[in-house]
Write a protein that binds this ligand. Structure first.
Ligand code: SF4
Ligand code: SF4
Length: 662
C-alpha cells in the first residue's frame, strides 16, 4: 500500500471531479429560483420510493432491463462503504470502518452482501452490454459513452473480485507471487478506475449517477397537473420562457439527471405518431444548450448590475431556437413521459412556458388557438357559440339554478362541451337522469357558468385563463359552493387543482366517481345494460394518470353487468386520445393521427364483433368517435360515456323532456 499515491489519487481525482461538477452546475445559478425544499416529508418518501426503491425502473414491459439496473444501483450503494475502506487501506493496510470489522457480525454480513452485489452488478453490466450491442431496443440512445461506462462497471467489479478473492487462486496452483500480483494489481487498478470513472461522469449522461437522487428529492409535488400561476402584475413579470433563464434551476437540473433510457417515449402519443417531440430529445437539446452557453449563464449569475445582466442575456438565443415551436405545440400534456420517467424529470411545464411565450409575448401561435381564445373571451366557451345558448341542452329539464338560493348538495358544473357539443349534451342529460334516479340534490350555474379557461391556459394564454378563473371562483364562492360534480376531467383538474390559487377550494368529483359511490350505497340499482357487446374503457389522461381516478368508471360499468375488456395500455398507463393540452382545437398536421392510433388499439381489444369504447371525457369521446369514423369501424363499435351506459340500466333511461303540462 502507498499513502502518497493514495493521497494523490484522492486529492487530484476528488478535486478534478468537484471542479467538473461545479462547471456543469454553475449555469443553473442563472436560472429561475423555485422552492423545491418545502414539504420535506413528501420529498423523503419520494426519495425512498422512486430513488432508493427504484419504483419506476422495473416496468412491466422491460422487467429484465429494470432488474439489471437495480442490480447495478444496489452495488453502487453497497460499494460506497467498500470504496471508503479501500482508499483507507491505501494509507494503512489494516484499515476498516469501525462498524465493519471483518470479525464482527456486521462486518461478516456486509462481506456477504458485498460479494452478492458485485456479482449482481457484473451480471447487470454484461446484460446491458448485450442489450446495447446485440438486441438494441429502440428507446435506448446509441452512444459510445454508454458502452464505455458499462466497461468501467465491469472493470470495477472484476478488479474488486481480483483484490478480494486472489487468495483463493492458491488452490488452483498459482504461486504466492502470482497471487500477490493479481491482488495488488486488482487493488490499484480498482482505485484508478474509480477516480477515472468519477471524472468521466460530469461530462456525459451518466452524470445522472450523481444528479438522479437529488432530482427525485427536488421533484414537483402533487397535484401534478397543476400549472404554476404566473404573477402577471409583478414588476419584471415573467410571461413565458424567452430564454433558458426563464426555466427554473430544477428544470436545468432535470436535464443532467436524464439517463436517456427512453421510457418517456415508449407511449408518448406525439412521438409514436411521428411528431417532432420526445421528452428525451428535449433534455438532450437543453443539456447541449446549457453546456454551450454555460459561460454566458455564469456571467449572468455573477452580474452585479442591470447593464451586465442585459449584456449576458443578450448573448443567449431564444429558447424557441433550442426547443422548436412544433415541438412545444405537439404535446397533448398527457403526462405519460413524466409518470414513466424513473428520475421524475418534468416536461409539461416547460413546454407550456414556451407556448406562453409564443402567445403572450411573441404573438406567434396557431390560428385555431386564436379562435379558441376569442371564443372564451367573448362567449365564455372555446367554440365561441353564443353564451345565451348555454342552457339550451336542459331547457326542458327544470334543473334548479344555484342563483335561486335553494338547498342542494352538488353543484353540477356542466362544462362547455356538456352545454354546447351536441354529442356531449346527451351525456349531460344522462347524468341528470342518474342524479334524479338516485335522489341526489343538485343545481347548475346555468347562464352564470363560464369556461374554466383550462384550454386557454394549456394553449399558453395564461392571462385569459386567470381572468376566467377569477370570475368563475367569484361566482362559485358567491353561491357558497362547496361540492362540485363535473363530467370533464379537464374541468376536474382546473377546479380541483388550479382554482385554489384564486381563492376557490372545493370538493370536486367526476361523475364516474359519484356513480360508483351511489351504486355502492345502493342508491342506484341499475339493471343489466343489454345488447352492448364487449366494452373497453379508455382512460382520459386528466382523469386516470393525472388525478388517479381509475377504478370508479370500471365499477360503474360492472354495475350494469359489463366486465370491461382492458386494452394493453389502460389505467394510469393509458394512451392519450390526442385532445389534451388544448390539442382538441388544433389541426393535427404532422405525422399520423393519435386518435386513430388509440382507436385501433381499442378495436383490436374488442375483437371482431365490436362493441363499445366507453370513456369519461367529452374530448376523448369526440376523439374516439372521429377515430372510429376514420377507421371505418362505426358500424361495429360505438363510443359512449360511462354515464350513458349507466343510464341504459336505469328504469327511465336518459333524461327525457318533461311531459307537456296539461
Ligand atoms: S426523461 Fe426520464 S424517461 Fe426520458 S430518457 Fe430521460 S430519464 Fe429516461
Ligand atoms: S406529455 Fe404526453 S404528449 Fe407531451 S411529451 Fe409527454 S408523453 Fe408526449
Amino acid at each position: 500500500m502507498n499513502p502518497l499515491v493514495t493521497a494523490a489519487l484522492v486529492l487530484l481525482g476528488g478535486a478534478a471531479f468537484l471542479v467538473s461538477t461545479a462547471v456543469r452546475l454553475a449555469p443553473l445559478l442563472a436560472l429561475r429560483r423555485v422552492d423545491r425544499v418545502s414539504r420535506g416529508g413528501e420529498r423523503l418518501r419520494s426519495l425512498l420510493r422512486y430513488g432508493l426503491g427504484q419504483a419506476r425502473l422495473v416496468d412491466p414491459e422491460e422487467r429484465v432491463a429494470g432488474w439489471l439496473h437495480v442490480a447495478i444501483f444496489a452495488a453502487f450503494l453497497v460499494l460506497a462503504l467498500r470504496t471508503v475502506t479501500l482508499f483507507g487501506m491505501g494509507f494503512s493496510e489494516g484499515f476498516h470502518l469501525p462498524f465493519l470489522a471483518e470479525d464482527a457480525p456486521l462486518g461478516r454480513a456486509y462481506a456477504v452482501v458485498k460479494d452478492a452485489v458485485v456479482v449482481a452488478a457484473l451480471v447487470g453490466a454484461l446484460g446491458f452490454l448485450w442489450r446495447r450491442l446485440v438486441t438494441k431496443p429502440d428507446r435506448v440512445t446509441r452512444s459510445t459513452e454508454g458502452t464505455v461506462i458499462l466497461g468501467f462497471i465491469v472493470g470495477l467489479m472484476v478488479t474488486e473480485l481480483a483484490f478480494d478473492r486472489a487468495g483463493e487462486l492458491d488452490a488452483l496452483g498459482l504461486t504466492p507471487g502470482g497471487v500477490d500480483l493479481i491482488r495488488l494489481g486488482g487493488y490499484w487498478l480498482h482505485l484508478v478506475l474509480i477516480v477515472v470513472f468519477l471524472n468521466v461522469l460530469p461530462h456525459g449522461k451518466h452524470f445522472h449517477i450523481v444528479t438522479g437522487l437529488p432530482n427525485v428529492y427536488f421533484r414537483r409535488l402533487p397535484p401534478m397537473a397543476r400549472l404554476e400561476k404566473l404573477d402577471l402584475e409583478a414588476e419584471g413579470a415573467r410571461f413565458g420562457a424567452a430564454t433558458v433563464t426563464d426555466l427554473s434551476w430544477k428544470e436545468g437540473w432535470d436535464v443532467y439527471a436524464c439517463t436517456e433510457c427512453g421510457r418517456c417515449q415508449t407511449h408518448c402519443p406525439t412521438y409514436l405518431t411521428g411528431k417532432p417531440l420526445s421528452h428525451k430529445e428535449v433534455n438532450r437539446a437543453l443539456r447541449r444548450h446549457l453546456g454551450e452557453f454555460g459561460p454566458a449563464l455564469v456571467a449572468l449569475a455573477r452580474a452585479t448590475n442591470d447593464a451586465a445582466r442585459q449584456a449576458a442575456v443578450a448573448r443567449l438565443p431564444p429558447l424557441g431556437a433550442v426547443i422548436p415551436p412544433d415541438t412545444a405545440w405537439a404535446c397533448t400534456t398527457c403526462g405519460w413521459c413524466e409518470t414513466a420517467c424513473p428520475v421524475l424529470i418534468e416536461n409539461v411545464p416547460r413546454l407550456i412556458d414556451l407556448r406562453r411565450q409564443a402567445v403572450q409575448v411573441d404573438a406567434v401561435f396557431p390560428d385555431e388557438a386564436a379562435r379558441v381564445f376569442k371564443g372564451i373571451e367573448t362567449q365564455g366557451n372555446p367554440w365561441g357559440i353564443g353564451s345565451n345558448k348555454r342552457t339550451e341542452w336542459c331547457e326542458d329539464l327544470a334543473i334548479p339554478r344555484a342563483a335561486e338560493g335553494g338547498e342542494y348538495e352538488w353543484l353540477f358544473f356542466v362544462g362547455c362541451a356538456g352545454a354546447f357539443d351536441d354529442r356531449q349534451k346527451k351525456v349531460s342529460r344522462a347524468i341528470v337522469s342518474i342524479l334524479r334516479e338516485a335522489g341526489v340534490s343538485f343545481a347548475i350555474l346555468g347562464e352564470e357558468e363560464t369556461c374554466t379557461g383550462d384550454a386557454a391556459r394549456r394553449l399558453g394564454n395564461e392571462y385569459l385563463f386567470q381572468l376566467q378563473a377569477a370570475s368563475l371562483v367569484e361566482t362559485l364562492n358567491g353561491h357558497g359552493v362547496k361540492k362540485i360534480l363535473v363530467q370533464c376531467p379537464h374541468c376536474l383538474n382546473a377546479l380541483q387543482n388550479e382554482m385554489a390559487d384564486f381563492g376557490g377550494k372545493y370538493e370536486v368529483m367526476h361523475h364516474a366517481e359519484l356513480i360508483a359511490r351511489l351504486v355502492a350505497e345502493r342508491r342506484l340499482t341499475p339493471a343489466r345494460a343489454e345488447g352492448l357487446g364487449r366494452v373497453t374503457f379508455h382512460d382520459p389522461c386528466y382523469l386516470a394518470r393525472w388525478n388517479g381516478v381509475v377504478e370508479p368508471p370500471r365499477q360503474a360499468l360492472r354495475a350494469v353487468g359489463v366486465a370491461p375488456v382492458e386494452m394493453p395500455r389502460s389505467g394510469r398507463q393509458g394512451f392519450c386520445c390526442g385532445a389534451g393540452g388544448g390539442r382538441m382545437w388544433l389541426e393535427e398536421t404532422l405525422g399520423t393521427r393519435i386518435n386513430r392510433h388509440r382507436v385501433d388499439e381499442a378495436v383490436a381489444a374488442l375483437g371482431p364483433d365490436g362493441g363499445v369504447i366507453a370513456t369519461g371525457c367529452p374530448f376523448c369521446l369526440t376523439m374516439m368517435k372521429d377515430g372510429l369514423a376514420d377507421a371505418g369501424a362505426e358500424e361495429s363499435v360505438r363510443a359512449m360515456d360511462v354515464a350513458e351506459l349507466m343510464a341504459l340500466g336505469l328504469p327511465k333511461g336518459p333524461a327525457k323532456p318533461d311531459a307537456p303540462k296539461a
